[in-house]
Design a protein around this ligand. Structure first.
Ligand code: AMP
Length: 112
């Protein structure tokens, strides 16, 4: 499958990893939009939030469960933002479910 993040999972494209286990991978975004900007993804291919269903919910739960631990490891004790863009209007550019974790400074109170 021609999916950028599947290639990162397989090690075919390099990434700067911050966390990895059997089901979850977190790595630094190549074009950071905050002092700390990491992407947390399921290793299994799920297209996006719009593709979450009863079958893959377990994989998604594993990702969400790890976000607080990853955020703590990055020193984000004062808080952070978790974003998942969906589809064209959401400006999703990679069709593999990912959660942006942004922080390291006071973020804007505007989300869009
Ligand atoms: P989105 O636009 O919400 O789908 O987010 C995709 C994110 O992937 C963007 O923030 C990109 O900067 C990031 N990205 C694209 N290619 C890479 C890469 N090779 N390594 C790390 N992050 C990437």
């Amino acid at each position: 499958m021609d999916c950028l993040f599947c290639k990162i999972v397989k090690g075919e494209i390099p990434s700067k990893k911050v966390y990895e286990d059997e089901k979850v991978l977190a790595f630094y975004d190549i074009a950071p939009q905050a002092p700390v900007h990491v992407l947390v993804i399921p290793k299994a291919h799920i297209g996006g939030v719009d593709c979450i269903d009863g079958e893959n919910l377990g994989e998604v739960a594993c990702v969400l469960e790890k976000i607080p631990q990853i955020a703590r490891s990055l020193g984000l004790e004062k808080g952070y933002r978790v974003i998942s863009n969906v589809g064209e209007h959401g400006c999703q550019s990679v069709r593999h479910l990912h959660f942006h974790v942004l922080g390291g400074e006071q973020l804007s109170d505007k989300m869009a």
